[in-house]
Design a protein around this ligand. Structure first.
Ligand code: FES
Ligand code: FE2
Length: 448
């Protein structure tokens, strides 16, 4: 039995952002109300930059992948000249899906319904029986989203022609993508193959969970037991060495101190450790110690609204969260690697990708269970209206196990969805260990 929530009134507040107490709460109706869901589609997913995929997923001209972005089916492709293109996967004739395979390489895409055929630049190149259309007929090409741009290989689109430039949109999150991308001499690469799973919960719960340092020890006990049993010593000081940061425009991260990345995962052999050490020594020469110290720290980054990059150094995951219904989301995850790594380090990464993050691994199922129980309990959202997200609000510096990063996200959400403005939450700047800069700034455009 479902009850239809009443329409929000002018006075209805989804976010209680009380700086005096201080206290920050989110009304659970945000997680169940179909009207909120529609507004998100329109006011968030119709307006901002959205992640489509990584350039390295398309290695040659005419390579393509099909996927959904904000509920719209798209073709993510490389054209004949090697440029990245994104097409709406719908025939301009009468609407059939042009491309029904998940991936492939094709010089032409032919619609199976009436046989119209397009090249990889989106041009309509052949129409069966086209004499019936008359000489003045304007041949429609494939439709594309209003904007397309990329940063260090991460490709984004926007359905809003007036959206700000991608680099401005990314704000300080750019630096965190740099910390990930600088871990390869030849450009970080996304591996073939994905993890795809669904969660019976509102999509915003996985956003929160993706950089929630607070839940790790209690929710992921099984994973930590496995790691400890394999001989790794996890000390509380290393696990607790982290901060939470507001990166502007709703982006945020929980960030581990130097050396916190790589404490997860099964132990490496001496040769593996030596290779890892040598790789990072090379980076020190190139970028300076302060930047590389930061590179060796774990980071869980959320680029508003739904792109997650989790870099635990021993493994990097790109996660795209798609809202399908108020109580149901789909998740796609890719593994990103430095391709020049030796066999053992590669193996460790893949092992981590499976055992930690995989849908059948030792961490993700626990997260899924946590989120699904939240969603089930929100059936009582009228009786228990508010979730509390206040942790660390009064601390001079917010920790990674605090909730500043989620509040940052929710404030941006409330601004877009409900036209409510929230001032930035004041904190002291993090210590110098978290602020080291890259010594030698290099030209960073689309190259990985
Ligand atoms: S719908 Fe594609 S050719 Fe007719
Ligand atoms: Fe988790």
């Amino acid at each position: 039995m479902t009850q239809t929530p009443t329409a929000p009134t002018e006075a209805f507040r989804f976010i209680d952002d009380d700086r005096e107490s201080p206290r920050f709460r989110v009304n659970r109706r945000a997680m169940v109300d179909p009207e909120v869901f529609d507004r998100e589609r329109d006011r968030i997913f119709g307006q901002v930059w959205l992640y489509v995929g990584h350039e390295t997923e398309l290695s040659k001209p005419h390579d393509f992948k099909t996927r959904d972005v904000a509920g719209r089916p798209v073709i993510f492709a490389r054209d004949k000249a090697g440029a990245i293109q994104v097409w709406i996967n719908s025939c301009p004739h009468r609407g059939a899906m042009i491309c029904r395979e998940p991936a492939g390489n094709a010089r032409f895409m032919t619609c199976f319904y009436h046989g119209w055929s397009f090249n990889t630049s989106g041009k309509l190149v052949s129409v069966p029986g086209d004499t019936s259309y008359g000489p003045g007929f304007q041949r429609p090409g494939l439709a594309s989203p209003a904007r397309l741009d990329s940063y260090r290989g991460f490709v984004f689109i926007s359905f809003n022609p007036d959206v700000e430039d991608l680099v401005d949109y990314l704000a300080e999150a750019k630096e965190f993508l740099d910390l990930v991308c600088d871990q390869s001499e030849v450009g970080m690469q996304v591996l073939e193959g994905t993890h795809e799973y669904s969660v019976k919960a509102n999509w915003k719960l996985l956003v929160e969970n993706s950089y929630d340092g607070y839940h790790a020890v209690s929710t992921h006990q099984r994973y930590f037991e496995m790691v400890t049993a394999s001989g790794v010593e996890l000390d509380a000081a290393t696990l607790g060495d982290s901060i939470g940061v507001d990166l502007g425009n709703g982006h945020g991260a929980s960030v581990g101190g130097p050396g916190t990345g790589g404490v997860f995962g099964r132990p490496l052999s001496q040769a593996g450790e030596a290779e890892k050490e040598e790789r990072f020594e090379g980076f020190r020469t190139k970028y300076g110690g302060a930047w590389v110290d930061r590179m060796t720290g774990a980071r869980n980054l959320v680029i508003f609204p739904n792109l997650v990059v989790i870099d635990l150094v021993m493994g990097v995951v790109i996660r795209k969260i798609d809202p399908i219904r108020p109580d149901y989301m789909e998740v796609t995850a890719w593994e990103m690697v430095p391709p020049e790594e030796g066999e053992e380090l590669k193996k460790q990464r893949l092992d981590n990708f499976l055992t930690f993050w995989g849908p059948g691994g030792l961490a993700s199922p626990d997260d899924v269970e946590a989120l699904e129980t939240c969603q089930r309990s929100f059936a009582a959202h009228r009786e228990l209206e508010w979730s509390d997200v206040s942790r660390g609000m009064s601390s001079p510096v917010a920790l990674g196990s605090d909730e500043l990063q989620m509040r940052t996200w929710w404030r941006r959400w409330d601004q877009l969805v409900n036209d409510r403005e929230h001032p930035v939450e004041p904190h002291e700047p993090p210590s110098a260990r978290f602020r080291g800069e890259r010594a030698e700034l290099q030209e960073q455009t689309t190259a990985g």
